[in-house]
Design a protein around this ligand. Structure first.
Ligand code: G16
Length: 570
């Protein structure tokens, strides 16, 4: 009977959300994304998928976030969070694609039945499933939420819980906590941020307390959900004075339009909503769903220019801080000889500015690379006791292994019970503990990242300028190229090389070579020259990234390679 009911529900929901002809969805860098108005079939099927994932994992909570993050307001998307709060396991992505593109109800039913059999999913038994849903502020959000709910309810025994309008990282955090059996509501999330931030500030050495001006922080909310949430808690964040711009309130502007982390990182110009009075003030910028964070400072109002601190420099700040605390614990030379061996790993992508990689390697840190996408970086970072990952675009976090945290916990207990209470070692251990509570362990989170940055700047007594001057970025340029079919580009070596079409890599090599030749003739060169091309997994474009020793060279290298892409792929 239950099996019959299951089949009926799947056929029924599939007929309610037919796939429009010509539509093709792909579970890209961060789930399905497209024009919001065309997304309902894919979102409904993501609902089915999430419920199946929960059944497979013995009823553990799985998450669905309806967002297109940094994309324009007309777009929308959907991604699934696994029970640990991370991205859905990648080996389910081919099924996700097949399900989203199933042409009719019968094909969809057959696909599900086959998959359930292959994966050993106990559908039809006395299973349960629970799916937590969150969405951002996009106008298509509510309509897509309904499509997701219908998809979830098509699986017998599945239970959907709508968590409301949230930042993407909040939903990931909730899923993780719920499965750990710990507090998982939005107010619990805020309490954790506020308390651990306060603890971090209490551990700032007394001589480092910043002046009043240094407490001022302007945050560009990209007219999305991040600014809204920050407004809710800013009064409780003692120690910083936050002003939110592009907060998403009526009349403030359009989501991600001329504002937000992606805009300032790519364009390097001031946002909508900033004025000459802001010159010299420390500013942070979030993206539409607050999973990205970059910092900037308006350097010249007349020229509209900004000094940018991107994800690489945030990573470098975190790495310095964590390394310093580990060094204090391990080499303090204090009377209490306690040590805490920790494998610290740094994860970057090909977009990381070459100067940042060099800086980190010069510190003696282990730096590894993965393809673009938090799903790759996060997984890699989990291989370390402390893994720090960031994409240049501001997407990243710091993950601490359970084992390391429990060692840290016993160390701080020991230290606190000995005479060393109050010692540098003890304080360093407490700082790491507070940082692990503050920074989101499930996924990159702009709000928690921002508070950790602010606490570390105060700890170090650093201004924005001190931070910015950690190293000088190599000039770089990123371009987007529209082509007929971006999937015809296949990359290898963590996306640094094109394997197909092979002639494209030859052209890229030739362009770099040409400019090296220029060095001899015209005294210009790409001493630090680097260029790669990859299809975006969130937009219908091919991305071109070039880096060189001058801005003119980086621009020209990017332009010539973009031209080859256009010529070859239309
Ligand atoms: C998403 C991913 C990021 C990725 C970005 C761009 O960000 O979560 O990991 O760097 O897309 O990806 P692509 O170059 O493939 O378009 P967001 O902020 O849009 O969720």
């Amino acid at each position: 009977e239950q099996e019959k009911e299951q089949r009926r529900r799947l056929l029924d929901v599939a007929s309610r959300f037919p796939l429009p002809s010509g539509c093709r969805f792909s579970y890209g860098t961060a789930g399905f994304r497209a024009d919001g108005a065309t997304m309902a079939p894919a979102v409904c099927r993501a609902g089915i998928l999430a419920a199946l994932r929960s059944v497979k994992l013995a009823g553990a909570a799985v998450g669905i976030v309806i967002t297109a993050s940094h994309n324009p307001v007309g777009d929308n998307g959907v991604k699934i969070a696994d029970p640990d709060g991370g991205m859905m396991a990648q080996h389910w992505e081919p099924f996700a694609d097949a399900l989203a593109n199933a042409p009719d109800p019968d094909a969809l039913l057959q696909l599900v039945l086959q998959f359930v059999k292959d994966e050993g999913i106990p559908l039809g038994g006395h299973h349960t499933a629970q799916v937590l849903l969150g969405r951002d502020t996009r106008p298509t959000g509510e309509y897509l939420l309904d499509a997701a709910l219908q998809g979830i309810n098509a699986i017998v025994g599945a239970h959907a819980i709508d968590m409301g309008i949230l930042t993407t990282p909040q939903l990931h955090w909730m899923v993780r906590n719920k499965n750990k059996g710990i507090k998982a509501s939005e107010s619990d999330y805020f309490t954790q941020l506020i308390d651990s931030f306060r603890r971090m500030l209490e551990l700032v050495p007394k001589d480092k307390g910043g002046d009043e001006l240094a407490k001022k922080l302007i945050v560009d909310g990209a007219n999305g959900i991040g600014g809204v949430k920050l407004e809710q808690i800013k009064a409780e964040l003692s120690g910083i004075d936050i002003i939110v711009r592009n907060s998403g309130k009526e009349g403030e502007g359009i989501l991600n339009h001329m504002c937000g982390a992606d805009f300032v990182q790519k364009e390097r110009v001031t946002h909508h909503g900033f004025s000459p009075e802001d010159v010299g003030v420390r500013c942070a910028s979030l993206d539409g769903d607050a999973d990205r964070l970059v910092y900037f400072c308006v350097s010249s109002a007349s020229e509209n220019k900004v000094d940018l601190v991107d994800g690489d420099k945030i990573l470098s700040l975190f790495a310095l801080f964590i390394r310093e605390q580990l060094d204090i614990i391990n080499n303090s030379g204090s009377q209490v000889n306690k040590s805490l061996p920790a494998r610290l790993g740094i994860v970057q992508t090909a977009y990381a500015n070459g100067a940042s990689t060099q800086f980190l390697k010069n510190l003696g840190l282990e730096v590894v690379f993965t393809p673009t996408g938090v799903k790759y970086l996060h997984k890699k970072a989990l291989e370390y006791d402390i893994g720090i990952y960031f994409e240049a675009n501001g997407h990243g976090t710091v993950v601490f292994s359970e084992e390391f945290l429990s060692q840290l916990d016993s160390l701080s207990n020991e230290l606190s019970s000995e005479t060393a209470n109050g010692s540098a070692q003890y304080h360093a251990a407490m700082r790491l503990m507070a940082a692990s509570q503050l920074i989101n362990q499930a996924v990159g989170d702009a709000l928690s990242g921002l508070l950790l940055v602010e606490a570390i700047l105060q700890y170090k007594g650093w201004s924005f300028q001190n931070w910015c001057e950690l190293y000088s970025d190599l000039p770089s340029r990123q371009l987007k190229v529209k082509v007929i079919d971006r999937s015809s580009i296949v990359t290898t070596d963590s996306e640094t090389k094109v394997s197909q079409p092979s002639s494209l890599q030859e052209s890229i090599d030739k362009e770099t070579g040409k400019h090296q030749l220029n060095r001899m003739h015209c005294n210009t060169n790409y001493t630090h020259g680097r260029c790669f091309v990859r299809p975006s997994g969130t937009e219908d474009v091919v991305r071109v990234y070039a880096e060189a020793s001058t801005q003119v060279e980086a621009d020209s290298l990017a332009r010539s390679v973009a031209h080859h892409v256009e010529q070859l792929l239309g």
